[in-house]
Design a protein around this ligand. Structure first.
Ligand code: SAM
Length: 271
């Protein structure tokens, strides 16, 4: 793992070969939770607003947001992921772009970047570049909602483990490794009678993320354990961050009612 070359780190399109199978493999993933929190965030935004899903993959979130009639776009580094998304919806409003160098200036009121896309940035420099580029793409007062998976997730569920699962009619074998020094996790996913690909993700520390937020001209509005929407404990597996480009006091106030509705929603699901 320590021998991951600079080129591989720079252009981490590790899902490219898996793209055509991605939606089937992820068919049991709970996109409704992201969709609920994303739409709840509308309480912080001006009306009408423009939304960007950065690291949109095959556009699963964009497709769930359609029912709300939002003006929404997606970008992703992987043309293969975008192509796979267009198979489901030919007119999906998406384009290829790198999170670390988004070609937008003051264009969006709201950016989402979910399901670990931030973990695909393999060092703290890229993490900072990406948040700075998102800050630049946001309008003043704009809001961003992103998440990361934590080292706890990898250590508990992936490192040194191999398993087989069946999702969306496909059999896949998964094998995880974790290098604590570089904080990089490699997951090799093999589709039966299909490709085998190696997914690289860095387990950024919460402090590193908060430092990158502050250095990017963004401010922290709220940070939550994604499962509970409470203050993240050390054992949190996924962390949700809400940040803004200014107007932080008003956003913090408005986020309180979002918190209550998200907690009520999460509570219903576990009841
Ligand atoms: C686990 S997928 C999540 C995709 C999508 N958000 C979803 O919920 O299905 C991570 C995505 O981040 C994209 N990605 C990784 N590095 C990126 C970068 N530097 N710029 C833009 N997208 C990137 C990958 O191509 C991939 O589609």
């Amino acid at each position: 793992l320590a021998r991951i070359g600079l080129k591989e780190r720079r252009r981490n399109d590790s899902l490219g070969e898996l793209a055509a199978y991605y939606d089937k493999i992820m068919s049991r993933v709970d996109y409704e939770r992201w969709s609920m929190i994303t739409t709840a965030m509308a309480g912080l935004l001006p009306k009408p607003f423009v939304h960007l899903d950065a690291g949109c993959g095959t556009g699963r979130l964009l497709r769930t947001l359609e029912r709300y009639g939002w003006k929404t776009f997606g970008v992703d580094l992987s043309s293969e992921m975008l192509r796979a998304g267009r198979k489901w919806k030919p007119k999906l409003s998406v384009a290829a772009a790198d999170l670390r160098a988004l070609p937008f200036h003051s264009r969006f009121d709201f950016i989402t970047c979910l399901f670990d896309s931030i973990n695909f940035l393999l060092d703290p420099v890229d993490l900072h570049k990406a948040l700075k580029s998102c800050a630049n793409a946001l309008k003043p007062g704009g809001v961003m909602y992103f998440d990361i998976v934590t080292e706890q997730m990898v250590v508990q569920h992936y490192a040194d483990q191999t398993w087989t699962e069946r999702q969306g009619g496909l059999n896949t074998t998964w094998s995880g490794q974790y290098d604590e020094k570089s904080r990089i996790a490699r997951t090799v996913v093999t589709v039966k009678n299909g490709p085998s690909c190696s997914i690289l993700e860095r387990m950024h520390q919460r402090d590193e993320v908060e430092d990158a937020i502050a250095r990017s001209g963004l401010e922290l509005v709220g940070v939550y354990d994604a499962e509970l929407w409470r203050k993240p404990a050390k054992r949190a597996l996924r962390i949700d961050f809400i940040v803004s480009k200014g107007n932080v006091k008003a956003h913090r106030k408005a986020l309180r009612s979002v918190e209550s509705s998200v907690r009520a929603y999460l509570g219903q699901r576990t009841a």
